[in-house]
Design a protein around this ligand. Structure first.
Ligand SMILES: C[S@@+](CC[C@H](N)C(=O)[O-])C[C@H]1O[C@@H](n2cnc3c(N)ncnc32)[C@H](O)[C@@H]1O
Length: 247
């Protein structure tokens, strides 16, 4: 009599454990407590391990209908496609590439997604007008920018991105012992370059299990200088020293 419900409960339990999403540790809404020595080990061998966390990245970006995004070095447009939905038909995703063949392939692929606009760029500029974008996005493309051209590129983006806009960079965390090879950017170098180009990191986060970080930058101008504190006795006349007797 009681066998059927018990079996049913057991199979539901097994199914939910089997198909449950892996817990995405170390993300900004979760604790950074290290509960497992292997917690930060790289998961999987894909070149884009952080793609598995695209929902999390999209949540961080919080794109809205009508937003204008430039995906710099978009490749095959994997992220451009993800951005197309939240920006909607009133928004634009400029899918910027330096390789003409990739642009042609994307034009075919996204023919029915009018908000995705694949186009060819020069290696040192997005070619977009001033104050035209809400977000400039780089996924493993920042290190491809011209050698010693990163600060100039970020200065260029300072003009292209609106005052409330952001630059978001996902890069492999190389030269720290974490990643392998040179296809990435040391985080401290990125921060130095960003600061030099008047960008302030509002979030820097290692994406646990991917050996990649996500850096979110906002315009320096959003941070006006702090007001100088008034001195405690300001306003009160300074006491005049007593005259010296028998000088
Ligand atoms: C590793 S792929 C990343 C592709 C894509 N962002 C992704 O995550 O799927 C790097 C891309 O950057 C592009 N690229 C190379 N130099 C560039 C430059 N100076 N400006 C913009 N993109 C560039 C390459 O053509 C390539 O498609």
């Amino acid at each position: 009599m009681y066998q059927v419900p018990r079996l049913l409960i057991l199979s539901i339990l097994i199914a939910s454990l089997t198909f449950a999403q892996p817990r995405t540790l170390g993300e900004s809404h979760l604790s950074t407590r290290i509960s497992d020595l292997k917690q930060h080990h790289r998961q999987g061998g894909s070149s884009y391990p952080y793609r598995a966390k695209s929902d999390y990245v999209l949540k961080e970006l919080d794109l809205q209908a009508g937003d204008v995004v430039v995906d710099v070095g978009t490749g095959d447009g994997w992220w451009a496609e993800k951005f197309a939905k939240p920006v909607g038909k009133s928004g634009v995703v400029h899918a910027a590439e330096v390789v003409e063949k990739k642009v042609d392939q994307m034009k075919k692929r996204f023919a029915k997604t009018p908000q995705i606009k694949p186009y060819l760029i020069k290696p040192d500029s997005t070619g977009l007008p001033e104050n035209s974008c809400d977000l400039a996005f780089f996924s493993q493309s920042y290190h491809h920018l011209n050698k010693n051209g990163h600060v100039d590129y970020l200065k260029h983006l300072h003009k292209v991105v609106k005052p409330t806009g952001r630059v978001v960079i996902i890069e492999k965390y190389t030269e720290t012992g974490l990643g392998e090879g040179t296809h990435g950017t040391r985080l401290s170098r990125l921060v130095r370059q960003a600061e030099e180009a008047a960008w302030v990191p509002v979030r820097l986060e290692l994406m646990t299990g991917t050996y990649h970080y996500i850096a979110i930058l906002a315009q320096q101008e959003l941070f006006p200088p702090e007001q100088k504190k008034k001195k405690k006795n300001s306003g009160k006349p300074k006491p005049t020293p007593a005259p010296l007797e028998n000088p």
